[in-house]
Write a protein that binds this ligand. Structure first.
Ligand SMILES: *Cc1c(COP(=O)(O)O)cnc(C)c1O
Length: 462
């Protein structure tokens, strides 16, 4: 198995190389050259297995023998032992045929833990094999930074530097990052905003000379290993509900499209999926594209579901590559045009997408209404991201006989602001985090100057 770029001009890579590489050199994203297939029997055999065992079986073809089975199984088992629920990602039945897939039982209470707990371990494994060390740099407006830190805190060969805007992330989100006191974890509070932090990370990737040859690694959602890890819970939840004998549908609160693209991969591998419903907040590029073929950027809107606040949906390129029947030149042309002007998909690729995907956009007022309504009907308090999914699933349901699985992407305690606005007194943090507000913190405040940040990284990496 090799990995190829969605723009067709970058060299094909091995699994190891694709884990260590972010974006392809032609500006595209890496995807597997062929899609591994699971027979109905192989899927049926997964019913009732532990999550770690299903994860091992689903991901093994992508790893392509580059990690021996015993080692890979140990990495996977270790990654998912950090989750606080025995099922790792339990299904919660809401009504006769609507289920929540709770992806928030990991260390930081959001679904990004599922991928980042594994990615940190994969990186560490490959670096240790090569006798190399690497530096991770990332900017966060609050949410993903903590998942990346938790994924890397035990990795001997990685040092992680996460930049957040000083005094502009919530206390819970800051503490989830800054209370990790591991020697390889460095939190930098930038005296500026998120865009300043992100610009400094981008500049550091563009010119890495300040690291004197040490590899700089990105753990953002374009890393193939993150998609791969997310395929697993689509398979695990569908077989739990009777796949491959019966098909299911999924509703996915979406932003950068990494999560729902993983679901699409599961479908392409043989999982019987009737339909994917894409839920967006008011940042609705995915919905506008699917519903109106309006593939254009609009202003960023700050919403009550902040982890879905995006202008451009980076992983959508991977689906476009499939919709354009793997014509890298056509994808490159479309995305280059899109950078500078409102665009549209060609007719045939758009109809291919509409065969499998529906979409719905949910504004802030509706998010609050849904949190109240869902609580009244099901006694669950949904987080605002999951609320967009709940509404989209109800509205775009299709065949009511097909089980609908809505992905619950975050624990409501993590986004208490929306829950309180919806009229609830708040949601307590789960027991393993209830002392978060008393834990010791460590972070360094730096001016929004590239040279100062790069000096700090170069001097502190081990
Ligand atoms: C990142 C995130 C999303 C969006 O996922 P994508 O893979 O970017 O589509 C949704 N909900 C929460 C809570 C998130 O953290």
């Amino acid at each position: 198995m090799r990995y190829i770029s969605t723009r067709g001009q970058a060299p094909a890579l091995s699994f190891e190389e694709v884990v260590l590489t972010g974006m392809a050199s032609d500006g595209g994203l890496y995807v597997p050259e062929t899609v591994p297939q699971f027979s109905a029997d192989e899927l049926a055999d997964m019913a009732g297995l532990s999550y770690a065992e299903i994860a091992f079986r689903v991901m093994k073809p992508f790893v392509n023998g580059e990690i021996d089975d015993e080692t890979f199984r140990a990495l996977v088992t270790d990654a998912y032992a950090t989750f606080s629920h025995d099922a790792v990602v339990p299904l919660n039945q809401l009504d006769a045929n609507h289920f929540l897939l709770e992806l928030f039982h990991g260390p930081t209470l959001a679904f990004k833990d599922v991928a980042l707990q594994l990615l940190g371990r994969l990186l560490d494994h490959f670096l240790s094999k090569r006798g190399e060390r690497a530096v991770i740099m990332g900017a966060t407006s609050g949410d993903t930074g903590s998942a990346a830190i938790e994924g890397c805190r035990h990795c001997d060969n990685l040092d992680i530097f996460i930049l957040h805007p000083h005094n502009r992330v919530s206390e819970v989100q800051r503490r989830q990052m800054t209370s990790v006191l591991a020697d390889n974890v460095f939190n930098i509070a930038i005296e500026g905003n998120f865009d300043d932090a992100q610009a400094m990370v981008k500049a550091s990737f563009a010119d890495q000379s300040f690291l004197g040859g040490t590899r700089l690694v990105a753990v953002n959602s374009i890393n193939w290993a993150r998609i791969m890890a997310q395929i697993v819970y689509y398979v695990a939840s569908a077989v739990a509900l009777g796949a491959p004998r019966r098909s299911v549908s999924f509703c996915v609160p979406s932003a950068n499209f990494g999560n729902v693209f993983a679901g699409y991969m599961a479908y392409r591998m043989g999982l019987p999926v009737e339909r994917f419903v894409i839920a967006t907040n008011a940042n609705d590029i995915l919905h506008r594209t699917l519903a109106d073929n309006d593939f254009s950027k609009t202003e960023l809107k700050a919403t009550l579901a902040p982890s879905m606040d995006i202008v451009v949906s980076s992983n959508f390129e991977r689906l476009l590559f499939e919709a354009y029947e793997r014509d890298g030149a056509a994808v490159a042309a479309l995305l280059e045009r899109f950078q500078s002007e409102p665009s549209a998909l060609a007719d045939a690729p758009l109809s291919r997408l509409r065969e499998k995907f529906s979409s719905h956009s949910v504004d802030d007022a509706t998010i609050l209404e849904v949190i109240r309504e869902a609580h009244q009907r099901t006694h669950e308090i949904l987080d605002p991201h999951t609320a967009t999914g709940y509404r989209a699933a109800e509205r775009v349901r299709g065949d009511a006989a097909v089980p609908m699985i809505t992905l619950a992407t975050a624990h409501p305690a993590k986004f208490a602001e929306a829950v309180v606005k919806a009229g609830f007194p708040g949601v307590p943090l789960p027991p393993h985090m209830d002392d978060l507000l008393e834990r010791e913190e460590r972070y360094t405040v730096l001016p929004a100057e590239l040279a100062a940040v790069q000096r700090f990284v170069a001097e502190n990496r081990r």
